[in-house]
Design a protein around this ligand. Structure first.
Ligand code: GMT
Length: 381
């Protein structure tokens, strides 16, 4: 099948999922066309079945805001016609579902019907999408999608709560590819980051408010009072500067390392002992799943869809949002005893297998099949 994928090309979870999905679909023989403003960070164009089409937004001084949706929908129309695209899959509702809908309508004028699948990822619903300034447009474009999927049961409930959705919402969880991890690094080169006696604790995110970065640092602060430990902070975002200042105020010095954005997440997780995710809201928590498949237990909040991924007392522990003391206690419970740590590490790895791509990809393919087969019915309804 020829599929156009629209996503954010950044390090955020929705872009990562869209990119990995496109790569996996190409490996299964589909022809994949990424349409976005930059080459997605995890995309290496090493397959003849993967194409990237850049959306350019020409700057014009009259526009206070440059019209990305317009440029995106025009690029979609051109790409779909030029390559005979059969299906459009947009990740993150804003503004992708809206632009996708416009492209569909323009194409229908030329008797070209391309079904659109919209995948909801989280903040497009829970934070940005439900803002009154966006809500009518988001609501409309979700309802106009031929198929709507979302990444967790919790996000489905939130979507139904916040919006007036007439469409069925299918839950297709995020995924990892376990084969990649079996083959990868045998030597984690742990010594680059820490002394042998130090435990390595990791946090990976886009450093937005919703991630509760100060909680990460306070949890670590409590841990390092009891055992030798290092904190590795991976990512970039608006909260990073304050986070660095907080570390200085707490006198954490060299115990905390800020690495910035990285394409070597698996390398970092490979030598990590524990992953922290105390988020205020999280539709799924792909970063936690990536930790788990790398045998890293997770200390997290119980927000949103996290409990569907991190199993309390098995793969790590869950606490109420903001309960830093309990999170630190639970972290120590895992880290202090090598046998307990080993048990949690193995549990995390085993549990992550539920989300292996071999189980999730067929769900997307079934959705594509259904949407594709219904195209004529929908176009004349
Ligand atoms: O977490 C972020 O801020 C990035 C955001 C995104 O849209 O890229 O992530 C969301 O989608 C991911 C992939 O489906 C989920 O794993 C994250 O939980 C979700 N983030 C939030 O809900 C805050």
């Amino acid at each position: 099948m020829k599929i156009a994928i629209v996503c954010y090309p950044t390090f955020g979870g929705s872009g990562v999922v869209a990119t990995e999905l496109g790569i996996a679909l190409a490996n299964r023989g589909h022809e994949i066309h990424f349409v976005t403003y930059r080459q997605p960070v995890r995309l290496e164009l090493l397959s003849s079945r993967i194409h990237f089409h850049e959306v350019h937004v020409p700057e014009y001084p009259l526009f206070h805001y440059q019209p990305y949706e317009l440029a995106l929908s025009s690029k979609l129309v051109d790409t779909i016609k030029l390559y005979g695209i059969e299906l459009l899959h947009v990740h993150y509702a804003i503004p992708h579902a809206y632009a996708g809908y416009m492209a569909k309508k323009m194409l229908e004028e030329e008797n070209i019907y391309v079904p659109m699948i919209t995948t909801l990822h989280g903040t497009d619903i829970t934070l940005v999408g439900k803002h009154p300034f966006y809500k009518p447009a988001v609501n409309f474009s979700i309802n106009q999608s031929d198929v709507v999927t979302c990444v967790s049961e919790n996000l489905k409930q939130r979507t139904l709560e916040f919006f007036d959705i007439k469409k069925e919402i299918l839950v297709i969880p995020n995924f990892i590819d376990k084969r990649k991890y079996n083959l990868s690094f045998t030597d984690c080169q742990r010594s680059i980051m820490a002394r042998d006696d130090e435990k390595i604790i990791t946090h990976i995110s886009n450093f937005r408010k919703v991630k509760r970065i100060p909680d990460v640092i306070h949890i670590f602060n409590e841990i390092q009072k009891k055992i030798p430990a290092k904190l590795i902070m991976v990512g970039e975002g608006p909260e990073k500067e304050d986070a660095e200042m907080l570390c200085t105020t707490l006198g954490l010095g060299e115990k905390v390392v800020f690495l910035g954005n990285s394409n070597q997440i698996d390398r970092i997780l490979c030598f990590s002992d524990l992953f922290l995710l105390p988020s205020e809201s999280e539709s799924f928590g792909l970063a936690a799943l990536e930790a788990m498949i790398n045998k890293v237990p997770v200390i997290s909040s119980n927000a949103g869809g996290i409990p569907e991924v991190n199993i309390d007392g098995v793969t790590g522990f869950l606490s109420e949002v903001g309960n830093v003391t309990e999170m630190a206690e639970n972290a120590l419970l895992i880290l202090k005893d090598p046998k307990v740590l080993e048990k949690f590490k193995n549990n995390a790895y085993e549990s992550a297998q539920r989300f292996d791509i071999s189980k999730v990809l067929p769900l997307y393919e079934a959705v594509y099949e259904k949407a594709y087969n219904s195209r004529f019915k929908n176009s004349f309804s």
